[in-house]
Design a protein around this ligand. Sequence first.
Ligand SMILES: Cc1cc2nc3c(=O)[nH]c(=O)nc-3n(C[C@H](O)[C@H](O)[C@H](O)COP(=O)(O)OP(=O)(O)OC[C@H]3O[C@@H](n4cnc5c(N)ncnc54)[C@H](O)[C@@H]3O)c2cc1C
Ligand code: SF4
Length: 465
Amino acid sequence: MQQVKHKMPEQAAEERRRNFNEVALGYEAETARAEAARCLQCKTAPCRQGCPVEVDIPKFIKHVKDGDFDAAIDEIKTKNNLPAVCGRVCPQEDQCEKFCIMGKKGEPVGIGRLERFAADCAMAKEREESAALPAEVLGKVAVIGAGPAGLTTAGDLARLGYKVTVFEALHAPGGVLMYGIPEFRLPKAIVQREIAALRKLGVDIQVNAVIGKSYTIDELLNEEGFDAVFIGTGAGLPHFMDIPGENLNGVYSANEFLTRVNLMKAYKFPQTGTPVRVGNRVAVIGAGNVAMDSARTALRLGAEKVYIVYRRSEDEMPARHEELEHAKEEGVEFRLLTAPVRVLGDDKGWVKGIECIKMELGEPDESGRRKPVPVEGSNYVLEVETVVMAIGQGPNPLVQDTTPGLAVNKRGNIVADEAGATSKAGVFAGGDIVTGAATVILAMGAGKKAAAKIHEYVQNKKAAR
Ligand SMILES: Cc1cc2nc3c(=O)[nH]c(=O)nc-3n(C[C@H](O)[C@H](O)[C@H](O)COP(=O)(O)OP(=O)(O)OC[C@H]3O[C@@H](n4cnc5c(N)ncnc54)[C@H](O)[C@@H]3O)c2cc1C
Ligand code: SF4
């Protein structure tokens, strides 16, 4: 038996670094079946404990192995509304694949790749799902935010028989899947296809609807006739470093940079009205997935040199290994153990460089990672025309500030229990707004739990009337 995963076909690095087309090309049917044949069909299915949405992994893999790709996607879709998305961006190495028996001696089964294959197959065949919806309407639920958490809650509730309205602040649903993760990792047409399938379940998605402005949560509950509300507003508020020069032209938060490129299609400028001028040299500060996405996007916008500036070493980088490797292959240069101390500008207020200081690793800090300590007198200037701050995001406070009785923690995240119940009756929350910036599948897992809890809450409320 082959001990390593079947290779994922990819666009060559020198080609893809200048285009926005998808990097990973997906398995052909023959490769998918061969990869599926590596699965031992373990009775205890340890892989399943690593799946927050509880997909029956061995069962769907067996269908792929047998060549019954329709059955494979039907099986996945009983638990996961966004399989083509998850198959692409889920950190499988830390989820299902981490527990796969095959990983003990060699590489785990490529569960994510097989999930993507099954989902793409169904899309290629333009296969319609035939979800039989209950005839009776069980209640009316509002979902705030059309990211993975909100969309999952909406899909599960619609399947149970609820009339669901999703309110989304932006002009397109999808959350980070649309505005954050770039086209070359997650084609937007794929996200929209999976959202279209949710609409077919009867989910009404209202875009350009900012809750806290258009309606408050109390208005939704008391005046608009919703039985319950789910908040899945994510972590879209960028953090800055508070160093001098951050207000210069040419300094972006990763959030703004990626939104302009992805959602506003800056890469098609001048056909679209949102330019992003990156110049020849770009520094991206941070080393998570958001930083890798920003760096690789800057390359594709035409920058000659793109630096990742990170104050710790490669071992501490939070980015997925695959993203890091892809960035390296495409020519992103890593300035590790380096921290920016100020952004330098020219006399017209545009960025011309960043002053950096070298760091060394000291004792472990409260996160358990060795703390970076500045090396006295090691300052130097990196000449760049654009700086992208990718050092994390926090919760947007609008909904919390306009909802009396909704408990938040000191970081501004909504406090909710395991099942998504908040301190306010009828209000549930999940995803990044509760946990802080995390992952697509964790947000989806939270959405699933909340949908089940909302169902219980609404039915109990109705029974008590
Ligand atoms: C650039 C980037 C790359 C990432 N890469 C990965 C990856 O490879 N793999 C992975 O698993 N995770 C990745 N993540 C993290 C992942 O995308 C998030 O954890 C996930 O999207 C969280 O889902 P969510 O539904 O909680 O929030 P979001 O996806 O943030 O969705 C929240 C939605 O709520 C809307 N909203 C906010 N306030 C309001 C309001 N007041 N009224 C109405 N709507 C509102 C927002 O516009 C948004 O559409 C990445 C994140 C970023 C930023
Ligand atoms: S643990 Fe791995 S080998 Fe076992 S059933 Fe799951 S995917 Fe298959």
